[in-house]
Design a protein around this ligand. Sequence first.
Ligand code: NAD
Length: 511
Amino acid sequence: MAIIEEIESTGSRRRLRALSPSTLEPIGEFDCATAEDVKLAVERARKAQSDWARRSFDERAAVLYRLLDQFVSCQDEIIDAVVQETGKARAEAISMEIYAPCDALTYYAKNAKKILKPQKRRIHGMLGLMKKLRVIYEPLGVVGLITPWNGPVALAVVPMAQALMAGNAIVHKPSEVTPFSALLVKQFTEAADFPPDLYQVVQGDGHTGAALVEAGVDKISFTGSVNTGRLVAEACGRQLIPCTMELGGKDAMIVCADADLDRAAEGAVLGSCMNTGHYCCGTERVYAVGEIYDAFVDKVVERTRALRQSDTGETDVGAVFWDRQLEIIESHVNDAKAKGATIHLGGQRNPKLKGLYFEPTVVTGLTHDMDLMTKETFGPIVSIMRVQDEAEAIRLANDSEYGLNGNVWTGDSEKAQRIAEKIETGGVCINDMAITYGIHEAPFGGVKASGVGKVNSATGLKGYCHEKPIASDRRGKGKIQGGYPYTKKSEEGLQKLIRFWWGTPLGRFFS
Ligand code: NAD
């Protein structure tokens, strides 16, 4: 049963129908924007942007605060839209799709002015005697925002807050799996009296996404899978436009012998099953050292057994959002089973529910020959491997093509920092599941195949700008230093100066 299906269209555009993953009932239809539609949207955005760029930070912030008001007062609408089209647990709709956008809107509305204000920078060395430098942050123009289905509101609004505060307009291509949450965000921006065309949504699948990349935008902010990310990055490279690639992960969790085992077990279950495991920084591999391995597995199994899964009423673990992801989850679990892994709990679709539900699962007896330990599974699976010691845990954690996030669990804070430094990954959390995406002081982005560039924080915000240095003379009169004509005398003078400046401690002192 395909959640998203192309259906016959009476118009000139391709038409898709969406089913709810939890009930498998139709929830709506939508047209895919054509390449021409996308181009026109970018042209409209460009016009809107030139006015927006002239607005002060305070004026831009006022617009974002009005959007914030919408999020605060229309929480039920967001929960209903997100739960209907993703099947995620209501609590996760609140924490991911309301709390996180509210926090990002407030943070960037409040802090962009400080972060992006023109800066005077001291110039080191001899040039500093003659020149002064000012750095300003100019908007890039129109940002093409392409987002996935696992956090349909948050992954749109968090980058939106940054791109808009930096003075850009946005054309957003949401995932075809979650079109209706994006429409709701668009409605909120209208209710918040956004300038027309400042934020536009173009619906569709990969064809529309590819059209957006080619539509003359000034930056692509992409969040999605490694395979699509490579295609998009190649297209950006060809056009020489900047991009950030926030891609998949296979995050490792390291549990040391001195860890608080109850907390670590809780973290393993939450980190693996939260958002039905569809969390880019979800815990996909757990390495527990021999001394505590058995006790730790028992605690994880006990906690996972207590998780509730239901398509009505209270639930802890919601539906799998997309049938294609369900196939991947099943294939990874079956591969592990066939290669001798032990399934303690779950390991199959929930036979009691009609929708796309996969039971919360605990697997042990794993090796790095299994897909469950090497490929992104993105499902509610706690995959635990026994390791001899911390050195082996670090080696195995780094034995991955991915490097998005990771976490380490120990009672020794110095050791925690040492291990965190040794994990080859974009960020690390100590004694908690990966929460760095929600910390806006933290630059977020993967290493290895998990991405290129950073989002969030001052670094991410500046990534939506052209950082422009303007150098000027301190005095600005008389002859230009080092100018024509070149003479024997001027050459000898420069050589003498080099000997005087860098042949003595002077140059190092003033650098
Ligand atoms: P995906 O790559 O299939 O799709 C992402 C977006 O790209 C969708 O909107 C899709 O329609 C569009 N797209 C598809 N083909 C395209 C093309 N050729 N050109 C342009 N756009 C195209 O990913 P997904 O399945 O929607 O999302 C799940 C993936 O996203 C997982 O790998 C997950 O780890 C990753 N993710 C990463 C982060 C992060 O911050 N690093 C956050 C959330 C999700």
